[in-house]
Design a binder for this molecule. Structure first.
Ligand SMILES: O=C[C@H](O)COP(=O)(O)O
Length: 251
């Protein structure tokens, strides 16, 4: 990766851990010296955010939510607004994860509304893009990643785009143990960077952080981090124990 982009490792806990398990994890995590060379983010479920936020207050570890609504308030039963997250100390918000796109029918248009709303509230989006296995087999990886990137960032200024973290997650590699090769991941992420360049210019493209996600583990993190365009990882399974999460920073 480039020297100018600080690596960011985000643990997406998905629908795992009660509030007690989440706070136990963070208490244990904070007993270790976390390297300042890597930005660490934990993304618990909504029910744990406030308790985890209180524990992380004076630490260098940042807090992320896994989803958000784009409206600031209103009759949207079951939803959470960006302001509600910001108020309790949330820094990042994962948007457009493939599980949200697949199981909750999230479209690029909705992703775009959420990205804008999160930025307006003063948080940072982690915007996920990536192709399915069928799309990959049809040779559509770049087309899909381009569409999701362009539509997700639509209407944003270059200054706003620079604040977005993009996570390239090939859907076929998520939770399957089948990770993309470091060369393939780097090539697609380099392509996404070129799409950002078309949208926001070379300077923004050179500083925006783009993660790889999909079966990242302590055993393969160094491979990905050795590549020019890969600036970190969005990690599911391997972020669920303190040891494994911390080992992801050793590359
Ligand atoms: O958000 C994380 C990704 O979906 C990757 O999950 P995984 O590391 O369990 O494959």
């Amino acid at each position: 990766m480039s020297n100018t982009r600080k690596p960011i490792i985000a643990g997406n806990w998905k629908m795992h851990k009660t509030v007690f398990e989440a706070t136990d994890f963070v208490k244990e995590l904070l007993t270790f010296d976390v390297t300042k060379d890597v930005e660490l983010v934990v993304c618990p479920t909504f029910t744990s955010l406030e308790s985890v936020s209180a524990l992380l207050k004076d630490s260098s570890v940042n807090l992320g939510a896994q989803n958000v609504h784009f409206e600031s308030q209103g009759a949207f039963t079951g939803e959470i607004s960006p302001g509600m997250l910001k108020t309790i100390g949330v820094d990042y918000c994962i948007i457009g994860h493939s599980e949200r796109r697949q199981y909750f029918q999230e479209t690029d248009e909705l992703v775009n509304k959420k990205v804008k709303s999160v930025l307006e509230t003063g948080m940072y989006p982690i915007m996920c893009v990536g192709e399915t296995l069928t799309e990959r087999e049809n040779g559509d990886t770049e087309k899909v990643c381009k569409t999701q990137t362009v539509e997700g960032l639509k209407g944003l200024t270059a200054e706003e785009i620079q604040k977005v973290v993009i996570a390239y997650e090939p859907v076929w590699a998520i939770g399957t143990g089948k990770s993309a090769t470091k060369e393939d991941a780097n090539e697609t992420i380099g392509y996404i960077r070129s799409v950002v360049e078309q949208l926001a210019g070379a300077e923004v493209a050179s500083v925006i952080r783009i993660q790889y996600g999909g079966s990242v583990k302590p055993e393969n993190i160094a491979e990905y981090m050795s590549m020019e365009h890969i600036d970190g990882a969005l990690v599911g399974g391997a972020s669920l124990t303190v040891k494994s999460f911390l080992d992801l920073t050793k590359f």
